[in-house]
Structure formats: C-alpha cells, structure tokens
Design a protein around this ligand. Structure first.
Ligand SMILES: Cc1ncc(COP(=O)(O)O)c(C=O)c1O
Length: 449
C-alpha cells in the first residue's frame, strides 16, 4: 500500500460509512436564523471573545486591514480567525510529526470537514467531494461527464471562463456539442419568466446537461435555480436516467452569500470554491452531487478513497458506494487548508446562514439604491434581491472601470473589474463590510462622477 498507511486506509473506509458524531458539530438554526450550536466557535479572538451576534465582532475576526474598505474581499478570501487558527494548528501538527499527525488525525478531520459542509448545505455528507477550487470542480464534473457522441451540453453566454473552457475541452475530446444561450439582454430588467423560458426553449432531445452559474460574476444576476430545476423536471419526465438533463451549477458567488440548501436549489450538481464569499481556506472547494447524478460522472483523477485502494490491491474494479469520496481527487494535499474548511462552514453557521444572507442582501440593496442616484452610473445588477445576491455591477458609460478602481483605491476603497469582454465596475458588500461603509462608497462614487 506504499506510503498510505493501513490505518488511514481503514479509517478512510470507515469514513465511507460517514457517520461519526463529532463534538461541536451538531447544530440547528434557531428561530432568528442564528445557529444554536453547542460549543460555538472557540478561541476566535485574541482578547475579546467572538460574538457571532455582533457584526463588529464578526469583522474583528478578519485580519483585513481597517485602512481599506473591502468591497472586493470575495475575489479571494481572507481567513477569519477560527479558520486561520485551524490552519495553523494543522500546520504545526504536520510540521512537527507529519506522518504521525496524518495517522492520528486525517480520518477525523476529513469527516469533520465533510460533515460541516453537509450540515451547511443540508446535504448528505457522502455526496460531497473536495476540490481545490471552483475551476477544479467544474473541470472534474464536465470533464468526467459520460457524454455519448451526438449529445450536447447547453450553457449560457453569461458564464465564466472556467465553465466555458471546461466544456470546450470535453467537447473536443468526445465530439459532443456545446451550445450557448442568452438568458437576458438587459441584466437589470431580467425576469424569472424570461430566464427560465429562454433556457427551457433551448433544450433538445440531445441535451444531456445544462451548465449554468448561480450568481453571474459578469452582471450580478442571480439565476432562479429552483425555477430552472422545476422546468427541467417537467422536460425530464419522459426521459430515462441516462438521458435526463442534468442541472449543473457553478455556485461560487452564491455559497456564503445566499442561504439555500441543495434541496431548495433543486439542481443535480453544485460546484463551488469555498474561498470566496464563504471566507474559507484559500485553495479549497467542494462539489455536491445528487447521489443518482454522480453516476453520470467518471472520476478523472484517481481518488484515495479506501474502497478504491482496496479494489486496486485486490485487482478488481472499484465499486464505490461513496460518490463524494470517489470523486475527490487523490494524492496528498495541503491538508492544513482542506481540513480547516470545517471551521469556515461553522463560522457561517454560528452567525447563521440566513443572517449572513440578510446582511449581504441589505447592503447590496442599499448600495444599488445609492448608486442609482449617482450621475453617470448605471446599475447593471437587478434591484430585486430575488434576482441578485451580493455582487453589484455598474456601468460607467465610456469610462473604463479599471481607472475608477484605481481612483477608489486611492481613497481606500477596494473594488474590482468584471473579467469579461464587456466589463463593469464591481462591488461585493459582505460580512466584512458595513452599511456605513456602503454609504461611504456611494459618497466617493458621487465625488468621482
Ligand atoms: C463564476 C465564477 N466561477 C469560478 C471562478 C473561479 O473560482 P475559483 O478560483 O474557485 O476556481 C470565478 C472567479 O474567480 C467566477 O467568477
């Protein structure tokens, strides 16, 4: 079994059963949406104890400098103290006795990370695979999709590079077709009926998957995933399992900003980095897939799941019963980051998923309303929170957004530019910003206009 110890091997097999109860993990949301968690988030602050009910206390968990107002923090996460502490704890253990720490802690840490993700998503832990990023997850899902020649994938004009390229690569390899549809012409005026209608109308008998993004980083439009799922369920009614249209969602700008469970979303795959709005460890991500949907995916990178090693050692084909473990790329990883994903989910659960979503939505709504009154600024993102999340995009007419990002930074406000052919100035109010800062950024935009 080479370097993989028997104990870790057996432990991972145990992890397949996936039912260890871990102290401090069980939680439920109380009436106000805040977590009622035994144990809470310990050792959070140096000095004052972390109070998840106090936004200043939440903000104080982040080492982000207070010299800057961080409206681009979602691009790549800073680690709040519980996440940073967990990374440091694992790093120290691995540095002091790498093999011993792995032997002793790998199985429990992997279970804790998956259980935390499952609790957060309201999903089954065995349906969750770990990745290093959204892009890796998209590559694994679309690259592993068992497409027959002649089958097609429908995606949209609004998706990010990672979705488009992952699909182009698989289409080149298996001779499948990828079609892009336009779901709306003017983002601010987009409607649920228009989006769902255009997407449903594009499905043909050859369509095997729909590849969309929950919240568009190009415009801030949040797709009505549950409505799309319902429309696809109707279209799937007469199809066999091998022909069902799978709804695959890049969820990276929804996870940690919205509060839906996978059940409520109604998709087949939710693919996301955990290092943006969730403020998880940099270089981490997840893929959740509905159990039956995982059958449509073949692993690309050999997993280190116990069942697979056992089958390899016995010279038989693996019969993985844990799709999450079977689709988690094997090899050794930067485990101090992967295992600290548990603390990132707990951090949000301690504050309350619904509370985080409300805070994000309230600031985004305040920002859109404020910017709508600034001369020369056109808010591109829908005002309706039903069709938007934390991302707020604005057009400045003929003025290049990159220059305005520079001017904002001179005034100590961090914003970003959308990385698309048609690019906009983009803000991301989140749990590291406040309504006062939103008011301040609107004031600066007025100054700059
Ligand atoms: C919609 C979307 N998906 C994926 C990514 C890439 O995420 P990751 O760094 O987790 O691969 C981005 C931007 O970074 C994005 O905007």
């Amino acid at each position: 079994m080479g370097d993989v110890s028997r104990r870790a091997f057996l432990s991972r097999s145990g992890a397949v059963a996936g039912s260890l109860a871990l102290g401090g993990v069980a939680a439920c949301e109380s009436g106000d949406g805040r977590a009622d968690r035994q144990g809470g988030t310990e050792g959070a602050a140096e000095g004052a104890a972390f109070d998840p009910g106090d936004w200043e206390s939440v903000r104080s968990q982040f080492p982000l400098t207070s010299d800057i107002r961080h409206f681009a923090a979602f691009v790549l996460a800073a680690h709040p103290r519980p996440v940073g502490d967990a990374i440091e704890r694992h790093r120290r253990g691995l540095d002091e006795d790498t093999h011993g720490y792995l032997e002793e802690h790998q199985a429990e840490n992997e279970i804790a990370a998956r259980d935390a993700a499952a609790e957060y998503l309201g999903a089954d832990a065995n349906e969750i695979a770990f990745t290093d990023s959204t892009t890796m997850g998209l590559g694994l899902v679309y690259g592993g999709l068992r497409l027959r020649p002649g089958q097609e994938v429908v995606t949209t004009e609004h998706d990010f590079y990672s979705t488009h390229e992952a699909l182009r690569l698989v289409a080149d390899r298996v001779g499948a077709t990828v079609r892009r549809v336009r779901l709306y012409d003017r983002p601010a005026q987009a409607s649920i009926d228009e989006i769902v209608g255009r997407l449903a109308a594009s499905i043909t008998p050859a369509t095997r998957a729909v590849a969309v993004t929950w919240v568009h980083s190009s415009t801030g439009v949040k797709l009505p995933i549950a409505h799309i799922g319902a429309a696809l369920a109707d279209l799937n009614a007469g199809r066999t399992a091998a022909e069902r249209v799978l709804l695959c969602v890049d969820g990276v700008h929804g996870l940690g900003a919205e509060d839906e469970t996978t059940e409520a979303l109604g998709c087949d795959f939710l693919i996301s980095g955990t290092h943006k709005w969730l403020f998880g460890p940099r270089g981490t991500g997840i893929v959740w897939g509905r159990r039956e949907a995982w059958d449509a995916i073949g692993p690309t990178i050999p997993p280190f799941a116990g069942e697979h090693f056992g089958a390899w050692a016995a010279g038989v084909a693996p019969q993985g019963t844990d799709p999450g473990a079977s689709n988690t790329p094997g090899g050794y990883h930067s485990f101090e980051h992967r295992w600290a994903v548990a603390e990132a989910f707990h951090f949000h659960l301690d504050i309350g998923k619904t509370v985080v979503a409300q805070r994000t939505r309230e600031q985004a709504t305040q920002l859109k309303a404020g910017l709508a009154d600034v001369p020369g600024v056109e808010v591109v993102t829908p005002a309706d929170p039903g069709l938007s999340a934390g991302i707020v995009c604005v057009s400045l007419g003929a003025i290049a957004p990159a220059g305005v990002v520079g001017s904002l930074l001179d005034r100590k406000f961090a914003a970003s530019v959308t990385p698309y052919r048609e690019s906009y100035l983009r803000f991301g109010p989140s749990i590291v910003t406040s309504p006062d800062e939103v008011e301040a950024v609107v004031g600066v935009m007025r100054e700059l206009s």
